[in-house]
Design a protein around this ligand. Structure first.
Ligand SMILES: *[C@@H]1O[C@H](CO)[C@@H](O)[C@H](O)[C@H]1NC(C)=O
Ligand SMILES: *[C@@H]1O[C@H](CO)[C@@H](O)[C@H](O)[C@H]1NC(C)=O
Ligand SMILES: *[C@@H]1O[C@H](CO)[C@@H](O)[C@H](O)[C@H]1NC(C)=O
Ligand SMILES: *[C@@H]1O[C@H](CO)[C@@H](O)[C@H](O)[C@H]1NC(C)=O
Ligand SMILES: *[C@@H]1O[C@H](CO)[C@@H](O)[C@H](O)[C@H]1NC(C)=O
Ligand SMILES: *[C@@H]1O[C@H](CO)[C@@H](O)[C@H](O)[C@H]1NC(C)=O
Ligand SMILES: *[C@@H]1O[C@H](CO)[C@@H](O)[C@H](O)[C@H]1NC(C)=O
Ligand SMILES: *[C@@H]1O[C@H](CO)[C@@H](O)[C@H](O)[C@H]1NC(C)=O
Ligand SMILES: *[C@@H]1O[C@H](CO)[C@@H](O)[C@H](O)[C@H]1NC(C)=O
Ligand SMILES: *[C@@H]1O[C@H](CO)[C@@H](O)[C@H](O)[C@H]1NC(C)=O
Length: 474
């Protein structure tokens, strides 16, 4: 089966579990990554380091308007746009976006950028079509249905396929696909935004937020920092929110192991062995004994859907009938996105890109060139800038589990303002929340990695709270 998102660069096996053949060697990836010259923290990104290419965008907004998507159930009551923004004219590199305005009073609602992670996965395929967008692709792979918990009820949402090589985003210089990494992704996303605001100038002064999940735990703080460090364009950044955030390699490792153990997937013996023999800290090298235990652990987790340990698998492309999450969603989206009329309606693939479109590009993932070990120094810096900063976690995800975020927050040394409490939606506990100085952390009970897909009502309640700047109601 295939998988929608990928994450752990360091121990790549976690990700590839579900799509790899039996020959897959869990540690080959890890050994490769050890050769990737990793820095501890992310560089301090600013526009002093590169020239931001800016085009004229006259008339392009009108050309990007989508009249109707094939298979759309009814006329939409909101405007939809999509198209390309060139971020590097010399290489011929362009990023693809999908933008949905809010149905009600869009001119007074904030603008929110959504980013999926990977690295290498599409915000259009995952974010828009499987999670928080207005439509879901039906099982036939051809028609759409309405998501009544779409986040465009409360905001105007911009989905960006990033970096080049992901989804419909591309570069005419194919060597760019070999040099993708955190830094280039941040620069290109910034250049995209500056140009996008030229195309949609009415949004220039609008309250602006960045949200996303997973490996966007790297993208979002890096882009936020770049925006705040760059004063030649005013982007009105008010806050960021990251779901099941991949932000620190050490707590990613320790937190995942504790999660699998506490959820009774991994035995005490294996877990004890890992605790005793594995050191996941910066610059440490895994011992052979540690690797043996990790392999034993892998045998326990390998046939469980990593993004929700209680969900069924997508077997042979057909899902068992369940309520809620359909593990084959990615297949339906893949079929839909490859329909020529859909690409035409989206103004996508105008240059005959090698196909097919797929939700995650493993070549981009495999050839990633730079990523810091930890985003915590950047996050600490952002926490002092006065922007709103939230993290949230679906508590049944095992790929970037809730424990990893809790352990990472501990490392931030912030202080509790409102202690951990249950929050409610429709008289049920929606999850738990805790407010720290400059940071709010919220869990979503019973949700896997793609929170708005697993628990759409709770996800929308959480997102609305975030925009209101108020922790979810107790
Ligand atoms: C990439 O190349 C094609 C074909 O030459 C061209 O039409 C397109 O504009 C180029 N893309 C960019 C972003 O320059
Ligand atoms: C739109 O905003 C106006 C003015 O703030 C308000 O009176 C109206 O009720 C709003 N409409 C909707 C549908 O929210
Ligand atoms: C827009 O406002 C109308 C009237 O208040 C309401 O019935 C509808 O649900 C709103 N739509 C969205 C997407 O919020
Ligand atoms: C980061 O770079 C910006 C712009 O060059 C500078 O103003 C700021 O002081 C730097 N911050 C740190 C922590 O080095
Ligand atoms: C783990 O490795 C780091 C880096 O090599 C080292 O500083 C630290 O002492 C080690 N921790 C333990 C518990 O051995
Ligand atoms: C999936 O296909 C394999 C091989 O064709 C078959 O052995 C297996 O029973 C199928 N599983 C399901 C759930 O249909
Ligand atoms: C782009 O369009 C061509 C047909 O013109 C198609 O063969 C190819 O699969 C498409 N690429 C993507 C990424 O969908
Ligand atoms: C990326 O890595 C894969 C191996 O995982 C390789 O087959 C592929 O050619 C590489 N792609 C590029 C564009 O370098
Ligand atoms: C919170 O932000 C303020 C500035 O807004 C800063 O002085 C303080 O150090 C920050 N505290 C933490 C724990 O980030
Ligand atoms: C948190 O506090 C500990 C103990 O005072 C210190 O060693 C560590 O460097 C601090 N971490 C951060 C990220 O500031």
């Amino acid at each position: 089966m295939k998988v929608a998102l990928v994450f752990s660069i360091q121990l790549g096996f976690l990700i590839l579990v579900q799509c790899a053949s039996n020959q897959f060697l869990p540690y080959s990836k890890f050994l490769k990554i050890q050769h990737l010259k990793q820095t501890y923290g992310s560089p301090n990104l600013s526009t002093d380091d590169f020239v931001v290419h800016v085009d004229s965008h006259d008339g392009l907004k009108a050309a990007d308007k989508i009249s109707r998507l094939p298979g759309q159930p009814s006329e939409s009551k909101f405007n939809q746009y999509s198209g390309y923004v060139t971020v590097d004219p010399h290489h011929g590199r362009a990023l693809f976006y999908y933008f949905i305005e809010s149905e009600n009073n869009s001119s007074t609602k904030p603008l929110v950028l959504w980013l999926n992670g990977g690295p290498g996965c599409s915000s259009l395929g995952s974010g828009a079509m499987m999670e928080l967008g207005p439509f879901r692709v039906n099982k036939d792979g051809k028609t759409l249905s309405i998501n009544k918990y779409s986040w465009n009820q409360v905001a105007n949402i911009l989905f960006l396929e990033s970096p080049a090589g992901v989804g419909f985003s591309y570069s005419n210089k194919s060597s760019d696909y070999k040099t993708s990494g955190d830094t280039q992704t941040a620069k290109d996303s910034y250049t995209f935004l500056v140009n996008w605001f030229e195309r949609f100038p009415e949004y220039k002064t609008r309250d602006f937020y960045i949200t996303g999940e997973s490996y966007a735990g790297h993208y979002i703080p890096q882009l936020a920092q770049l925006i705040l460090n760059s004063n030649h364009v005013a982007i009105n950044l008010k806050g960021i929110a990251i779901g099941n955030a991949y932000i620190d390699d050490e707590t990613q490792q320790t937190g995942s192991r504790d999660f699998w153990w506490f959820r009774s997937i991994v035995s005490d013996e294996i877990h004890d062995g890992i605790v005793k023999h594995c050191n996941f800290s910066w610059k440490s090298v895994l011992s052979d004994k540690c690797k043996t235990y990790l392999n034993e652990e892998y045998q326990m987790i390998r046939d469980i859907y990593a993004y929700d340990i209680y969900a069924p698998l997508c077997l042979n492309g057909t899902s068992v009938e369940t309520t809620g999450f359909d593990p084959c969603s990615e297949d339906y989206v893949q079929s839909y996105m490859n329909i020529p009329e859909v690409q035409k309606a989206l103004h996508a693939n105008l240059t005959g890109l090698p196909g097919p479109w797929s939700d995650c590009n493993y070549d981009i993932f495999n050839n990633w060139t730079d990523q810091p070990f930890s985003m915590l120094p950047t996050i600490q810096q952002l926490m002092g800038t006065g922007i709103r900063f939230w993290m949230y976690s679906g508590d049944t995800d095992s790929s970037v589990p809730v424990t990893t975020t809790k352990y990472a927050i501990k490392k931030l040394n912030t202080t509790i303002k409102t202690p951990w409490y249950p929050w409610y939606l429709n008289d049920e506990v929606g999850g738990f929340a805790v407010v720290y100085e400059n940071l709010t952390f919220v869990t979503v009970r019973g949700a896997g990695h793609f929170i708005p897909n697993f628990k759409p009502d709770r996800a929308l309640a959480l997102f609305s709270s975030f925009l209101d700047g108020k922790p979810p109601a107790s």
